[in-house]
Write a protein that binds this ligand. Structure first.
Ligand code: ADP
Ligand code: MG
Length: 449
């Protein structure tokens, strides 16, 4: 039988109540079952805060105490406290990692430090499942999640993950639930890596792919994917079904509910993805190969803290030569971008600057800017917002004039992407603080309802 793969996010394992609710979902699923957990809510953020140069020793100790008490509160609710010893040794190791990182700021130590959140949460969730009478084994995902040694953003090596899963993980899934960690992996030398910020959803998809599952389930704090972030706009509507194409653009352009790379394995294997709430598991969103026939906007997404880069090549350089050098430079500096246009002498690029502090890496290093300057005149605009209207057959929407005027009205536009994808229309705008909520509400009322 195909393995049921399910991932529980930070809020679904935040405390004992949440863990017991999530355990109930596991209990109601027939074997074989693989469970992937994130760190307890807010723990990864606290772990990162330990590593900032301007965090004082007092702040560090406070953060460690908070992490300790979050985990201890769960241990205190368990019938036996046999997990306390391994938990204490992880907490002790955390102090050591923090000191080691402060000494030489090695990226590999940072990944090891960040991994502690998932190691602790998986330890506790395994015990909660056992107390619910479910035979459960804890598995260290680093045995199978092989990545490149790019710390902070390890690239999964798919063929190795597949053969390691067949050898190490599959045999364990026969007669018990297996609990493992999201977010983390290891390189060929066995050093811990992480797959990128909030990447546990991606772990679930990769493991489902390696195990040949038919689908995977992402359990979070909202009952599915909505027409916009329901925390920002409570009138947002749930979406029962989404096509891969739409969902891919939704997550790329900011719907935080799924890590943006989660759908890559799903699309490769035609494997459906379910998103639902562990508090209210009855309904949710299925993402798959479905197509909505009607041309319509289904969702509005946004990403703040974006960077717009405009390069103007010299007319003496041919476009092909320029593009070849440009892509080579981006590749060498491992720059991921969401949008790219090449028009006349001008090339624009939108980068997610909100990731600039993640893993203490600057997106645009001085060396990179100097190399780009050799290609042409460069203009960088920081702090812009990327707003996307996502749906089906957007350029053919009968209401396209209404959509365009609703989008353009009252909005300063730095860049506009329309007609380039069937699934979205994107605007880059220097939005004033507070203007985003109003714009989303207005667009939602006019285009979705
Ligand atoms: P988890 O910790 O379970 O991974 P996340 O916080 O990463 O959860 O993702 C869930 C959050 O995504 C929701 O609480 C919601 O605020 C946000 N979100 C943003 N856009 C959307 C959307 N279009 N639909 C649903 N949730 C969204
Ligand atoms: Mg998430």
């Amino acid at each position: 039988m195909a393995v049921s793969v399910m991932k529980f996010g930070g809020s679904s394992v935040a405390d004992i109540k949440a863990m017991r609710r999530s355990a109930n979902i596991v209990k109601n699923t027939p074997l074989p079952v693989l469970v992937i957990v994130s760190a307890l809510a807010s723990v990864t953020r606290k772990l990162i805060s330990l590593t900032y140069e301007d965090t004082t020793a007092t702040e560090q100790q406070r953060a460690i105490e908070e992490i300790r008490s979050q985990h201890y509160a769960i241990v205190a609710s368990l019938k036996n406290d046999q997990v306390k010893k391994p938990l204490d040794s992880l907490l002790f190791g955390l102090q050591t990692l923090m000191q080691d990182y402060a000494k030489d700021r090695e990226a590999s130590i940072l990944d090891e430090l960040l991994a502690q959140g998932e190691l602790m949460s998986s330890l506790l969730f395994t015990e909660v499942l056992r107390e619910e009478g479910i035979k459960t084994e804890l598995f260290d995902v680093r045995k199978v999640m092989r990545t490149t040694e790019c710390f902070g953003k390890g690239e999964p090596i798919l063929n190795e993950i597949k053969s390691l899963c067949a050898a190490e993980l599959k045999p364990l899934l026969v007669n018990q639930v297996v609990v493992t960690q999201g977010f983390i992996g290891s390189d060929a030398e066995g050093r811990t890596t992480v797959l990128g910020k909030e990447s546990s959803d991606y772990t679930a998809a990769l493991l489902a792919e390696a195990l040949g599952s038919e689908h995977f389930k992402i359990w979070t704090d909202v009952p599915g994917v909505f027409s916009t972030d329901p925390k920002l706009y409570p009138q947002a509507l749930p979406i029962a079904e989404l096509s891969f194409g739409e969902a891919l653009e939704l997550t790329t352009f900011g719907a935080k509910v799924l890590h943006s790379r989660t759908l890559e394995p799903a699309i490769r294997q035609n494997m459906r993805c379910f998103v639902g709430s562990s508090v209210n598991p009855e309904s949710g969103t299925w993402i798959g190969m479905t197509t909505h026939s009607a041309a319509k906007v289904h969702a509005i997404t946004f990403k703040k803290e974006q960077m717009l880069i405009r390069l103007e090549r010299s007319y003496k350089t041919s476009n092909l030569h320029f593009l070849e050098s440009f892509v080579e430079i981006l590749n060498r500096y491992q720059i991921d971008f969401d949008l790219l246009t090449n028009h006349g002498l001008s090339t624009t690029l939108v980068l997610d600057d909100s990731l600039a502090n993640w893993h203490h890496k600057s997106l645009l290093s001085e060396a990179l800017i100097q190399e780009l300057k050799l290609l042409g005149k460069i203009e960088i605009t920081k702090g812009v917002t990327l707003l996307a209207l996502v749906g089906q057959h957007i350029p053919q929407c009968p209401s396209i004039k209404k959509i365009l005027s609703a989008t353009l009205e009252d909005m300063d536009i730095s860049a506009f992407y329309y007609g380039t994808s069937p699934y979205s229309l994107c605007v880059v705008t220097p939005m004033a603080p507070g203007q985003l909520e109003a714009s989303i509400a207005r667009l939602h009322q006019q285009l979705i309802g």
